[in-house]
Design a protein around this ligand. Structure first.
Ligand code: NAP
Ligand code: FE
Length: 374
């Protein structure tokens, strides 16, 4: 059995300021990588800049990472800063800037990096040191080596093959304070999917069960916030971040499975947020799992049974509609990918895959007889 998380994690309020000395250990000049706007609004960018100034570390700022970052964005950043003698990269934001930061750190270390390099296992995977400051509660990218990148040439998203683990993760729930409810919902459903997909996974082991179980228990405490039954507190923000972190630790070991694989086409074609797209297939995936194990996992996250879970997800995502042809494309992409078809801990053939695809929307009957298209 293997458990590998080479990331130093500080998970506490004001950890960026408190641990500024950690940043100085990576060098004298940092490249900060963010999305276009949110890091300026939620206070994370100011905190990082203040911490760097305290430690006399110079910095440059690349704030042009789009949602679902493309390989083109990675190369544009690497090209722009290649001659700047950058010592380390700090990603601030949701999974998009964090994933981009990892790929940029690789490309800055290896000037010859091109598309083939990102997807060639034989090439040197080392990168500049990476620090991550998450501001969403879904991807857990701050503790994984994964960098999911948009490939416009293939009209989908494909993770680069090299694992670039952050060296340091500074995790503070306060950056979620200003986040809209829709972002909290979408990203924490992503975290829940990571927890379930890592356990119902062919590569599961007892360490994954341990981190996933801890994550599901944290997640359960915030469930009523997602459904709008109560207001989000400071403690909830910390728990949302922590369940995402445990979920990241879990997928870092075993990877994700079918809901993630099926989601990528929806995100690419329909511009659907990642967590929402994954959430579409999560009830169907759980429904296909062995009943005893599934029911135990549902209880850990605070659900009574499969119906309760399906109703919860349908209620969160009742505005989604997925055209039949889109489901068909998502299914075809995954059906042709043997590794993905064999990623679950239970048997999946085209019939099971089709059930998962068709099940989205079939779960919850909304009283008026209409089925919600989730
Ligand atoms: P995201 O794409 O990073 O960000 C979504 C939106 O939220 C952006 O508009 C962003 O604004 C905004 N935002 C971020 N933090 C905010 C805050 N605190 N308050 C208000 N708005 C905020 O979202 P994400 O769901 O975290 O990341 C999704 C990406 O991560 C996908 O590409 C997915 O494939 C990938 N992913 C990676 C892993 C992994 O292990 N590496 C795992 C799962 C998913 P700005 O653009 O202005 O910042
Ligand atoms: Fe995800």
């Amino acid at each position: 059995m293997k458990f590998h998380i080479p990331v130093k994690v500080f998970d506490e309020k004001d950890c960026v300021k408190k641990h500024s000395g950690e940043l100085a250990t990576f060098g004298k000049k940092a490249l900060i990588v963010t999305g276009r706007n949110s890091a300026r609004v939620n206070g994370s960018l100011d905190d990082v800049i203040e911490a760097l100034k305290n430690e006399n570390v110079e910095y440059l700022l690349f704030s042009d990472v789009e949602e679902n970052p493309s390989v083109e964005t990675v190369f544009a950043a690497a090209e722009k800063y290649r001659t700047e003698c950058i010592d380390f990269v700090i990603g601030i934001g949701g999974g998009s800037p964090l994933d981009a930061a990892k790929a940029i750190a690789l490309a800055l270390k290896h000037p010859e990096t091109d598309l083939a390099y990102l997807y060639d296992k034989e090439r040197d995977p080392s990168a500049l040191p990476v620090v991550c400051v998450p501001t969403t509660c879904g991807t857990g990218s701050e503790v994984t080596g994964v960098s999911v990148l948009t490939r416009h040439d293939k009209k989908t998203k494909i993770s680069m093959v090299h694992k670039v683990y952050p060296d340091l993760a500074l995790v503070d729930g306060k950056y979620l304070e200003s986040a809209p409810q829709s972002l909290i919902v979408n990203t924490s459903v992503d975290a829940l999917a990571h927890l379930y997909e890592s356990v119902l996974n062919a590569k599961v082991n007892d360490y994954v069960r341990m981190t996933a179980c801890a994550g599901l228990k944290c997640w359960a405490k915030t469930k009523d916030v997602l459904s709008g039954k109560r207001e989000r507190s400071e403690e909830d923000n910390a728990l949302l971040m922590r369940s995402s972190l445990f979920a990241g630790m879990s997928i870092a070991q075993s990877g994700t499975s079918l809901p993630h694989a099926l989601s990528y086409a929806l995100t690419y074609d329909l511009k659907m947020p990642h967590g929402k797209a994954v959430g579409c297939f999560l009830p169907g995936f759980l429904a296909a799992a062995p009943a005893e194990q599934r029911d135990e996992l549902l209880k850990l996250a605070g659900f009574n049974d499969m119906d309760d879970f399906s109703a919860f997800i349908s209620e969160l995502f009742k505005d989604i509609e997925v055209p039949e042809e889109e489901l068909h494309r998502a299914g075809e992409l995954v059906s042709a990918n043997r590794a993905k078809m064999e990623s679950a801990s239970f048997f999946v053939d085209d019939t099971v895959l089709d059930n998962i695809l068709q099940s989205r929307g079939r779960f919850h009957n909304h009283g008026d007889g209409s089925m919600v298209d989730c």
